[in-house]
Design a protein around this ligand. Structure first.
Ligand code: LLP
Length: 396
């Protein structure tokens, strides 16, 4: 659609998503749906209620990591039996709330957590379904901040201790062991680390059987990468079929927790050029969007295409594309050849995942509005913050 025309009535910066693209991504997962698969969208990637509702309406469940995320999916009427709860630091209140909601299962990340869940379940006279998150110690080529399956990461139970933890869990009265899971990182572009992980997880399942611990599901986490620049990404169909084939002999339900690959390439951030500053050493395009709307470039050295809305033929210059925030880390792109004028619009691409959700009010900047294109219409799905809202919880 014509971003110039759309932007006439909207205030920049703003996020804009495409419902069609989200549906396409969901379909490429859901066409593999069967009684032996469950797709649990990882809410952290984009937790806007309208987007969650769309995702639930197409049959996906959810992977949540906090009371807040669980509250969001319960608010849109998600089926609790399709919700898994991950994360290393679940609080007692969070566990209690999840038990009251009747979620499918907790992905447990430590022995302490097993006891905490057991206590909460026993206090309200119910049984908690648990799956143990195992850290398979595989190396993944991604940014170190988003790799999670190596020994030095805080996530999961070390592989060598996992059997012992299962045995301990089996003795706790208010727990029912139903699964095993791993999540090795994010923006993964090769299937190798998944297959390596499955190999050791299958060996563990074998050991568990010998101890009479039978699992009904294996959760392979999320992590599938998308194309931001020139990455060779794993095709979703190939990924899902390979995993299903690999586990065929186990007769077990397979859970997937995709986040980025459902929404990442379905969103853009539209921003306006405020100033152009050219110096002897560097040229800067100063936008009205900043690290407070999109922190991925400074935080993970992430690359996002930045495209001018009006294409011009003449000379291009290299610019660092920056925002108004008072930090040298406030950049959205570096050394980008651009030819734009003040007041022109630019589009930051592929920001549907980990974009708005990681935005902040730093420098007391209002979080931007979010819109979605559905059936050719632009619908607002979150208004921009007002300054009064930002100040509302502060006391004088
Ligand atoms: N399951 C678990 C347990 C996770 O921790 C995550 C993501 C996912 C599923 C979904 O992974 P995905 O399919 O989206 O890769 N903020 C970073 C990404 C952090 C990912 C955290 N965990 C970024 O902007 O790249």
């Amino acid at each position: 659609m014509d971003i110039d025309k759309i932007s006439k009535n909207l205030t920049t910066p703003y996020y804009l998503y495409s419902e069609n693209l989200i549906k396409e991504n969901i379909n490429s997962y859901m066409k593999h749906a069967s009684e032996n698969t469950l797709f649990c969208y990882s809410v952290k990637a984009n937790s806007n209620l309208s987007i969650l509702k769309l995702i639930a309406s197409m049959g996906m469940g959810f992977d949540v990591v906090s009371r807040g995320e669980l509250f969001r999916v319960m608010t849109i009427g998600a089926d609790p039996k399709k919700i898994v709860y991950s994360g290393v630091g679940k609080g007692k209140d969070e566990i209690k709330y999840a038990l009251e909601c009747g979620i499918l299962c907790f992905n447990v990340e430590s022995e302490g957590e097993l006891h905490a869940i057991n206590e909460q379940a026993s206090a309200i006279n119910c049984t908690a379904n648990v799956s143990i998150r195992v850290n398979p110690d595989v190396t993944v080529e991604t940014h170190p901040y988003i790799s999670t399956g190596m020994k030095e990461n805080k996530f999961g139970i070390p592989y060598k201790n996992a059997l012992d933890i299962y045995l301990k869990a089996s003795k706790l009265q208010s727990l029912k062991i139903i699964g095993i899971d791993f999540h090795i990182g994010s923006q993964i572009t090769s299937i190798g680390p998944y297959l390596d992980s499955l190999k050791s997880i299958k060996a563990l399942i074998h050991e568990l059987k010998k101890e009479n611990i039978e699992l009904s599901h294996i959760d392979v986490g999320g992590g599938l990468g998308i194309k931001y620049k020139d990455e060779n990404i794993i095709n979703k169909d190939v990924f899902i079929s390979t995993i299903i084939d690999e586990l065929n002999d186990l007769n077990i339900t397979i859970l997937f927790e995709p986040g980025r690959s459902v929404v990442g390439d379905c969103g853009i951030l539209v921003s306006q050029v405020q100033y152009i500053k050219e110096t002897d050493d560097k040229n800067f395009l100063i936008l009205d969007a900043s690290m407070s709307e999109l922190i991925r470039p400074p935080l993970y050295d992430a690359y996002h295409n930045i495209t001018p809305v009006y294409k011009k033929e003449s000379m291009y210059k290299n610019y660092d594309i920056v925002g108004p925030v008072c930090e040298s880390a406030d950049f959205l792109g570096k050394n980008r050849p651009m030819n734009v004028d003040v007041s022109d619009l630019v589009v930051v691409e592929d920001v549907g995942a980990y974009g708005f959700v990681l935005s902040s009010n730093y420098n007391t900047r209002p979080k931007p509005a979010e819109y979605i294109i559905s059936n050719g219409n632009i619908n607002i799905i979150r208004s921009a913050d007002t300054l009064d809202q930002i100040l509302a919880n502060e006391l004088l």
